[in-house]
Design a protein around this ligand. Structure first.
Ligand SMILES: O=P(O)(O)OC[C@H]1O[C@H](OP(=O)(O)OP(=O)(O)O)[C@H](O)[C@@H]1O
Length: 196
């Protein structure tokens, strides 16, 4: 099965489970336009300009993830001296844990709004887990696996600031947005995807 066929099948299965096009886009880490194309036009029209990043070869191995975490940790220390690494659920948690260990930082966990969305409530907020470190009064670095639109990082940054924390930077394995910063927050990444 080709990668496109595989993605079409995954998109179809997610749709059957009741996910919206936006949720399918998040799940597959592609743009909304690409998710819609996979669901409706992949057999007839050329795809929108987008890239699909296969993370499984890294995320299925803790040893490989540790290698990536070391690279991020090395980049983070050039940007300051964080107290707390904020891991974004779900896929950001393993790499954030390893980055925190590398840097000797505390670990906080943030559950983004979209993970709590149940299709009804529009006022749902993301939350920090009470079982991990607090961000209040601390220098924080947000760690996730991938940036697609940047909305998740911006949501986490807003929540950190509301709780009295300071955002030093965000650090991800792959940055599909490819800009130096997100509303002034430096974006550090192992790989950055540029559209030509
Ligand atoms: O830059 P954005 O457009 O906000 O997208 C990036 C977010 O999307 C992915 O999460 P996903 O919703 O797939 O959940 P997961 O962490 O459970 O894989 C990824 O892990 C980031 O958290």
């Amino acid at each position: 099965m080709s990668k496109i066929d595989d993605l079409m099948e995954r998109a179809r299965q997610l749709k059957e489970k009741g996910l919206t096009t936006g949720e399918i886009a998040d799940e597959l880490n592609v743009s909304r336009e690409t998710a819609l194309w996979l669901l409706t036009k992949a057999k007839t029209e050329r795809p929108p300009s987008d890239v699909y990043v296969e993370m499984k070869s890294v995320s299925s191995s803790s040893m490989r993830l540790r290698g990536m975490a070391r690279i991020l940790a090395d980049m983070i220390i050039e940007h300051g001296d964080p107290d707390v690494i904020v891991g974004v659920a779900t896929s950001g948690i393993p790499v954030a844990t390893m980055v925190a260990e590398e840097l000797g930082c505390e670990l906080a966990i943030y559950y983004p709004r979209k993970l709590k969305w149940d299709g009804e409530e529009s006022h749902v907020r993301g939350t920090f887990s009470e079982n991990f470190a607090s961000v209040a009064g601390k220098a924080c670095v947000i760690v996730d696996d991938i940036i697609t639109t940047g909305n998740t990082v911006l949501e986490v940054a807003e929540s950190i600031r509301k709780r009295g924390g300071n955002v030093l930077a965000s650090a991800v394995l792959v940055d599909k947005r490819s800009q130096e910063d997100l509303s002034g927050i430096p974006v550090l990444s192992v790989l950055r995807v540029f559209r030509l």
